[in-house]
Design a binder for this molecule. Structure first.
Ligand code: ADP
Length: 148
C-alpha cells in the first residue's frame, strides 16, 4: 500500500492545528503508520529540502523549519501521495482552494502549515530520512469498510 510523508510545520504546531490536521487524514480513511513530535537542526532541515537549496527562499525556509517542533508522520492508503497533496492544497495558501488545509488555515507561502511528499519516490526518501527507526506495522480493522 502506498505511503506518504506528512509534516506539520512549526506554525501548525504552535497554532494548535495538530488535531485538526490528523483528523482530516483519519476521516478520509488513511492509516497513520508513524508519528513523532521532533525539533530538527539546520543540517537535517537542509537535507530534507536539499532539492530547493538554490532557491532564494531556502535560508528562510530552513530557519522556519528549525524554529520549533514539527509533527512528522507517515500516512498509508491507496493514492495517498497525490490525494494527500490535494488535502493539503496549493503551495501558496492564497491560491489553495477552500476546504484544503492551507486554504483554510494559512495566508503566507512561508507559513503554510504543512508539508506533504510530492511523489511516491520522494515519499520513500523522506520516510527513510525522518523515520530511520522504522514505522508501525499494523492494519486498521476498518479496512473492508474503506476499500471494496
Ligand atoms: P510544497 O511544500 O507545496 O511541495 P515546494 O516544494 O515548492 O512546495 O516548496 C517547499 C516549501 O518552501 C513550501 O511549502 C514553502 O513553505 C516554501 N516556499 C516555497 N516557495 C516559497 C517562496 N516563494 N517564498 C517563501 N517560501 C517558499
Amino acid at each position: 500500500m502506498e505511503q506518504t510523508f506528512i509534516m506539520i510545520k512549526p506554525d501548525g504546531v504552535q497554532r494548535g492545528l495538530v488535531g485538526e490536521i490528523i483528523g482530516r487524514f483519519e476521516k478520509k480513511g488513511f492509516s497513520l503508520k508513524g508519528l513523532k513530535l521532533i525539533t530538527v537542526d539546520r543540517a537535517f532541515a537542509e537535507k530534507h529540502y536539499a532539492d530547493l537549496s538554490a532557491k532564494p527562499f531556502f535560508n528562510g525556509l530552513v530557519e522556519y523549519i528549525v524554529s520549533g517542533p514539527v509533527v512528522a508522520m507517515v500516512w498509508e492508503g491507496k493514492g495517498v501521495v497525490a490525494t494527500g497533496r490535494k488535502i493539503i492544497g496549493a503551495t501558496n495558501p492564497l491560491e489553495s482552494a477552500a476546504g484544503t488545509i492551507r486554504g483554510d488555515f494559512a495566508i503566507d507561502i512561508g507559513r503554510n502549515v504543512i508539508h506533504g511528499s510530492d511523489a511516491v519516490e520522494s515519499a520513500r526518501k523522506e520516510i527513510a530520512l525522518w523515520f530511520p527507526e522504522g514505522i508501525a506495522d499494523w492494519q486498521s480493522s476498518l479496512h473492508s469498510w474503506i476499500y471494496e
